[in-house]
Write a protein that binds this ligand. Structure first.
Ligand SMILES: [Zn+2]
Ligand SMILES: [Zn+2]
Length: 276
């Protein structure tokens, strides 16, 4: 993935997809409407990051996604961001944005730096709700920086993002020959890497019988790829079934599947932005 591929057009596509999915997936409408405001802010921030000297092509590739967090560039946007969240988010999240806005700058920095250091690696216990504020704010920066970071060549199959070392958020099946090839999407920098289809990304189980896949007739492009050994599951968006899907957004719309998987005793490997 190149930086140009994650430009303004990419955010527009995400917002349009959220709009499109708002009605048929009625259970997720409130989240999707809120997500459109988040993506709109992220688009603006992304444009400012892209225009900053730190990411000029002359500087070449970034040293490593987590090595550099340019708070001088980012902090001026944080208050406006909190205000957007306070106005547009569901009540509990709006309140946490209001509380955060009352904190001194040092608290903002501590929150952003903690997320930057631990996200997708040591954060299993933190919870998506507590993480939302730094995560949604820093996502465009992580995505931009991830796209510019040089990857080591993939050797075998890696369960963690080869760019930044985080756990995967999603799987994607992309058309290839008669079937689909599976990729994983990083929960932190949103970069993708190829991953074997019959292999649990959590524990490494590779016995097909232990890796059930659940698909609903209504939305055949959304798959719950579970593992009966470790009881974790991966949400996978199947682009061979719906080429118009935008994985990040279709995932947010799939709230009923999260509830269903939870009832079956499966835990999601890494929650999405909205904690589902
Ligand atoms: Zn990553
Ligand atoms: Zn497993």
């Amino acid at each position: 993935m190149t930086p140009t591929k994650t430009g303004g057009a990419e955010y527009d596509a995400r917002m349009q997809r959220a709009d499109r999915l708002s009605s048929p997936y009625s259970g997720a409408t409130e989240f999707l409407e809120f997500y459109k405001h988040v993506a709109s802010f992220q688009k603006l921030l992304h444009a400012n990051i892209a225009a900053s000297s730190q990411f000029r092509p002359s500087r070449g590739l970034a040293p490593g996604v987590r090595e550099e967090l340019d708070l001088a560039l980012l902090l001026p946007y944080f208050r406006g961001y909190l205000s957007t969240i306070e106005q547009r988010a569901p009540a509990a999240l709006a309140e946490s944005a209001r509380q955060m806005a009352l904190q001194p700058t040092e608290s903002w920095i501590a929150s952003l730096e903690a997320y930057w250091k631990h996200a997708g690696v040591y954060d299993q216990q933190v919870g998506a709700f507590a993480q939302f504020l730094p995560r949604a704010f820093l996502e465009p920066y992580a995505e931009f920086s991830g796209a510019l970071t040089q990857r080591a060549p993939l050797v075998g199959t890696t369960r963690l993002c080869p760019v930044c070392g985080s756990r995967p958020l999603l799987g994607i099946l992309r058309p290839e020959g008669d079937g689909g090839k599976r990729f994983l999407v990083c929960s932190f920098c949103l970069q993708e890497w190829e991953f074997r289809r019959i292999l649990c990304p959590t524990c490494g189980e590779e016995t097909e019988d232990k890796l059930p896949i659940y698909i609903s007739e209504d939305t055949p492009h959304i798959r719950v790829e579970a593992c009966d050994t470790c009881k974790f599951y991966l949400r996978t968006i199947d682009l061979t079934k719906d080429g118009n899907a935008i994985p990040l957004v279709d995932d947010l719309a799939a709230i009923p599947y999260s509830l269903w998987a939870h009832e079956q005793g499966y835990t999601r490997l890494q929650p999405n932005l909205l904690g589902t």
